[in-house]
Write a protein that binds this ligand. Structure first.
Ligand code: TYM
Length: 375
């Protein structure tokens, strides 16, 4: 297994990651604490998809004491977004709704630039704009959300980025990110920027993301207190698997095994039918007799992670499939309908997005452009 911010491969052992990264598992006690504040427990928590954290308990403590906290997440504009990229955004929206807090969304055009020697600013600018629309369509509070491109906001952040950069040695970045003599110096510098939004307010910051981003938070946590800020908290998800099997993560680099937010109905149908790995048996007769295996069945896993929020209905699907009453084609059909419903809704919301609110004219956005981050 390999899990870095740039590569996830093999069968991911999430228990081992918790140990190796030094994070904590989200346990029943923590969930009960969240439940006190929310009417309903988000399915990502109920079903253990967000499974690990750093200091989420302290975030709740701060909130309960009235000190508050804020949220931060991000996206590298490397191309169109797939459904996996939307997962942290959907969860972040839920957290913002429950706790009514500020949210910062970093669009790392600089990261894309230094990590991809083939690209150029025109391409990056196009994807940044497209991605920002997809992200805004998730429905964040426009008065309490600030979305910024690194290249534009650098004039406000540069002093703080330098303050972090001065404290992090090359040897640390080699150990944390695996940089080597072939890495360009833009790559080596970049992590300083990604830590800074976790110090935009003198409150504890909570970062929802998949576990691959955790190395950045280790760096932030090393330097934050010496700069007069809190160590950031984070809440980590597992990876939405690709269509082709439950191992690894849906990745932009293997196009057909990912589902893109702009895939039309026909494409969704074709991809799921053609590529989705099924836990069903070879023949209908054998399936009816022996039943299917939901543990490796990607359509079932996707329903469980994202597309079937009703626990009773999901349980019914699981049992019927295991007993052979539900066929693979029927399972795929259910998923196709759900995905197409979800994407249609997404496209409608996307069409109504007022992006300027998030980037310039909303209350938090306006205030954020007035700030400089000095230490
Ligand atoms: P990026 O653009 O690669 O990914 C955006 C977010 O999506 C998560 N993610 C996934 N989640 C579930 N299943 C998947 N298959 C999957 N693939 C990606 C990522 O963990 C990430 O949360 N360097 C970052 C951009 C960034 C950022 C941040 C992300 C800047 N600041 C703060 C999170 C929080 C990046 O390249 O993300």
């Amino acid at each position: 297994m390999k899990v870095t911010p740039w590569e996830v491969s093999g069968s991911v052992d999430y228990d081992r990651l918790v140990e190796e990264f030094g994070t904590k598992k989200i346990d029943g006690e923590l969930l009960k604490r969240v439940e006190k504040h929310s009417k309903e427990m988000h399915l990502f928590l109920r079903r253990g998809f967000f499974f690990s954290h750093r200091d989420f308990d302290l975030v709740l403590e701060d909130y309960e004491k009235g000190k508050g906290f804020y949220l931060y997440t991000g996206r590298k504009p490397s191309g169109p977004m797939h459904i996996g990229h939307l997962i942290p955004m959907l969860f972040t929206k839920w957290l913002q709704d429950v706790f009514d807090v500020n949210l910062y969304i970093e669009i790392t055009d600089d990261e894309k630039y230094v990590f991809d020697r083939e690209t150029n600013w025109k391409q990056i600018g196009k994807w940044a704009e497209e991605n920002m629309r997809d992200i805004a369509a998730v429905g964040f509070n426009p008065e309490k959300t600030f979305m910024f491109r690194d290249r534009e906001y650098i004039k406000n952040t540069y002093p703080m980025v330098l303050a972090v950069a001065r404290k992090v040695t090359f040897s640390t970045t080699k150990a944390v990110f695996g940089f080597n003599d072939q890495s360009n110096i833009g790559q080596i510098f970049y992590p300083a920027y990604q830590t800074v939004p976790a110090m935009f307010e003198k409150k504890r910051c909570l970062i929802p993301c998949a576990i691959d981003q955790d190395p950045y938070w280790r760096i932030q946590r090393d330097v934050a207190e010496s700069l007069g800020y809190y160590k950031t908290a984070a809440i980590h998800s597992k990876f939405l698997p690709p269509l082709t099997g439950v191992e690894g993560k849906m990745s932009a680099s293997i196009a057909d095994t990912a589902l893109w937010l702009d895939d039309d109905e026909k494409t969704v149908k074709k991809k799921v039918n053609r590529y989705a790995f099924s836990g069903g048996k070879e023949t209908v007769e054998e399936h009816r007799e022996k039943g299917g295996d939901v543990a490796v069945d990607v359509p079932f896993q996707w329903l469980s992670i994202l597309f079937e929020p009703d626990d009773a209905r999901l349980g019914e699907v699981r049992d019927k499939y295991a007993r052979g009453e539900l066929l693979s084609g029927e399972m795929k059909g259910m998923l196709i309908d759900r995905i197409n419903g979800f994407l249609e809704e997404h496209r409608k919301k996307r069409g109504k997005v007022d992006l300027k609110k998030f980037t310039h004219t909303g209350t938090l956005a306006k205030e954020a452009w007035e700030r400089t981050y000095e230490v």
